[in-house]
Ligand binder design. Structure first.
Ligand code: ADP
Ligand code: MG
Length: 702
């Protein structure tokens, strides 16, 4: 979209990235080849090569206005971290030179004591180090050369999200290559790819700044429904407003400069809600770029006098924001393993990889669910706007019928007469259209990839891809173990696929995922798990079967798993705790005094009116005053309840107990308080209400 008249997109694209084009153009040939080998084959980089790369990278960065460099990493806070060092080094003549050595490129030592580690690294042992991930290109942001890195403790424990993600990609690569070998294919690498579709809200910055709840917590904690919400569906794919267009154009340009393939953008269902989708890339790169995209979105919004909300549920009563994780596996040559093939043999291979995903999702439903669990996302999952907390797989009617035929050893189409034998008979062609219709499924096959739709808009995509890659690696391992020893490969393959379908068909569901009947059927009949909140889901990370699998594939160590469970639950509790305190604050300091002021005004009006005439009834004034006065009493009570619940959290000695109290005690009390305040809002004159209304916020951008 847009008319970027004076922008030469191909020329500016990636201009702030030290990508392959720059490497090839700038590095001496032997250095380039060495680095390429490191990138493609994961080999170590020698120090002299690193020095050469660093020197050229520095020259390039300085030419592009950089004065500083930083190792850019993703601690367990879920956002990115950086610590800038300038390139300057004093020279003997009293001046400075710009220096950047190989050592500084490869390894950094940020003071890491304040990042959450879930007990992995006692705070007095502050030393952690960052290590360059050469598969994700360095880039320039704010005059700083940013080097994507992994973050580990000196004992070797991963303190970030990138390290386990890279390990999970390795695990899948190992197992997928074994399978491909059985089909006679010797490939160098199998990589997983991801295209994350990102939803967000854009509101006016001045309005944003007037709402402490948005400022402190990213979501509104109070607010009565406006007369108009999303009921007309007039926003979805609607014409984009000029201020938003200007924002999107600017955003695209910034993203393109950073080599981010921002591709589509449109209005979403809720007023003020939009979506941005990039073209997919290798998972670790896609993860880095999604983090960067979220950061740039916020920054560009600020420049346009807007605030970009990435919270999963900024407003009650209108849709929240998610992120769709489109995922597939492909060989180095770009052959998509989830693409149905042309020949019977390729079809069999496709079906095996398909089965691996189906089995992975069934065996590790809980891991997928908890990989997207946060306090914010709990508001969406299962709330009839996002897929339910129950994980299931949508395949579409045709593919389901094909699997059904294989399962029962019956012909797929009556006309075909013969029972389909894998590797011998052609797989019936099925149309892609058929697979992209169900928007209520959390995990849908969309023709040549799966779309995991349960992610929250602010989630790092690292978490779910770690689990997904690991779980699929496990299915593939089991298949490879079995097939490698088979006497008759084709026969064994056929049996294996049939068995997997029979065993895991409970996870397949093409119906309406939003319906109450589905919850009933999924949990009661099929025995699928329904982990509604973070407090319910997260402890399953420690289930033996989950720990065993993650450790077997070297994705996490046991200590790393414990630490992550701790950190995620801590994050849940802290988030809600801040929300609770913000509510108390707003109620005591703003809402109650505002209502009280109006009550005084009403009381005065009533006395004055009565003094002026004994025939006035003052119905409106009296009923409003009475109800508002009642509400202030309720609000005060609810505030005290909430304060007590928040205070009570301090008494628990373990985070699981705290999280249960947050779920059962604090959150319901917050809801309760909100209800009364929202009712009062409807009775008060707008100009006396202390904060902008939903209507003002949602329709603030034109
Ligand atoms: P839609 O969902 O609107 O039909 P697409 O299916 O083309 O659009 O793409 C949605 C997202 O999925 C995009 O980010 C796209 O790049 C990504 N995508 C497409 N193919 C793959 C793939 N093989 N692996 C991962 N992501 C993919
Ligand atoms: Mg999509």
């Amino acid at each position: 979209m847009g008319t970027c008249t004076n922008l030469d997109v191909p020329k500016t694209f990636g201009s702030l990235v030290f990508d392959d084009r720059q490497m090839r153009a700038r590095l001496p040939e032997d250095v380039y080849r060495s680095l390429r080998k490191t990138i493609d084959e994961n080999t170590d980089l020698q120090e002299d090569i690193a020095d050469a790369v660093a020197a050229h990278m520095r020259d390039w960065a300085v030419e592009h206005g950089a004065t500083h460099f930083t190792h850019w990493f993703q601690p367990l806070t879920g956002i990115t971290a950086e610590k800038h060092d300038s390139f300057i080094t004093p020279s003997p003549d009293g001046g400075v030179i710009m220096e950047f050595r190989g050592k500084e490129l490869i390894k950094g030592e940020p003071d890491a004591s304040s990042f959450p580690s879930g007990g992995l690294r006692a705070t007095f042992e502050a030393r952690g180090y960052t290590a360059w991930d050469p598969t994700s290109y360095a880039f320039i942001k704010d005059h700083t050369l940013c080097i994507p890195t992994a973050f580990c403790s000196y004992a070797g424990d991963a303190l970030d999200k990138k390290t386990p993600l890279l390990r999970s990609m390795q695990a899948l690569n190992r197992q997928a290559k074994r399978i491909l070998k059985l089909f006679g294919k010797d490939v160098r690498n199998v990589r997983t790819s991801v295209g994350p579709e990102q939803e967000y809200f854009l509101i006016d910055k001045e309005v944003f700044e007037k709402r402490p709840d948005l400022v402190y917590t990213g979501r509104t904690l109070f607010g009565a429904m406006p007369p108009k919400g999303q009921e007309l569906d007039d926003h979805y794919f609607g014409a984009i407003k000029p201020r938003v267009i200007a924002f999107m154009e600017d955003l695209n340009q910034e993203l393109w400069k950073l080599g981010i393939l921002a591709k589509t953008e449109h209005n979403e269902v809720a007023p003020a809600q939009h979506e941005l989708a990039p073209i997919f890339s290798t998972t670790n790169v896609a993860t880095d770029k999604n983090q960067l995209t979220m950061e740039i979105m916020r920054k560009v919004a600020g420049k346009h006098g807007l605030a970009c909300l990435l919270h999963e549920k900024p407003f009650a009563g209108v849709n929240g924001s998610g992120k769709h994780n489109n995922w597939s596996m492909a060989t180095d040559e770009g052959f998509n393993l989830l693409s149905p093939g042309e020949t019977p043999y390729e079809n069999a291979q496709f079906l095996l990889f398909l089965c691996a995903v189906i089995q992975a999702v069934d065996d590790y439903q809980d891991l997928l669910r908890l990989s997207v669990a946060t306090a914010g996302n709990d508001h969406r999952l299962g709330a009839n706007e996002a897929p339910p907390a129950i994980i299931s797989v949508f395949l579409g009617d045709e593919l389901t019928a094909i699997l059904e035929a294989i399962k029962n050893d019956v012909p797929y189409e009556a006309a075909q007469k013969v029972t389909m034998k894998l590797g011998v008979h052609a797989l019936p062609r099925f149309s892609r259209d058929n697979t992209d219709r169900n928007r209520t499924s959390p995990f849908a096959f969309t023709g040549n990839k799966f779309e995991f739709r349960s992610l929250g808009s602010s989630n790092s995509i690292a978490c779910c891809n770690i689990m997904l890659n690991a779980a699929v690696a496990e299915s593939l391992k089991q298949y490879a173990d079995r097939l490698e020893g088979a006497e008759d490969f084709e026969q064994e393959l056929h049996h294996l696929i049939r068995e997997v379908i029979r065993k895991h068909e409970r996870i397949l569901f093409n119906g309406n995922g939003y319906g109450d009947e589905w919850v009933e059927e999924a949990t009661k009949v099929r025995g699928l798990s329904n982990l509604k909140t973070t407090a319910d889901a997260m402890p399953h990370l420690l289930d033996q079967k989950n720990m065993d699998m993650l450790i077997r594939h070297k994705v996490f160590t046991a200590t790393e798993i414990y630490s992550r469970c701790e950190i995620m639950l801590e994050n849940y509790c802290k988030t809600v705790n801040i929300e609770g305190h913000t509510m108390v604050d707003m109620a005591r300091k703003n809402y109650l005094p505002a209502i009280e002021g109006y009550l005084a005004h009403l009381a005065g009006t009533i006395s004055k009116m009565r003094a002026a005439s004994d025939r006035v009834k003052c119905n409106y004034e009296i009923s409003t005053m009475e109800r508002l006065s009642e509400l202030t009493d309720y609000i005060l009570e609810r505030v005290k309840d909430l304060e007590k619940a928040l205070e009570g959290l301090k008494e628990y000695d373990n985070i699981q107990k705290t999280s249960v109290a947050v779920r059962d005690d604090v959150l319901p009390k917050m809801e309760h308080l909100r209800k009364h305040v929202d009712e009062a809002e409807m009775l008060m004159p707008e100009d006396l209400w202390p904060f902008p209304s939903y209507g003002k916020i949602l329709f603030s951008v034109n």
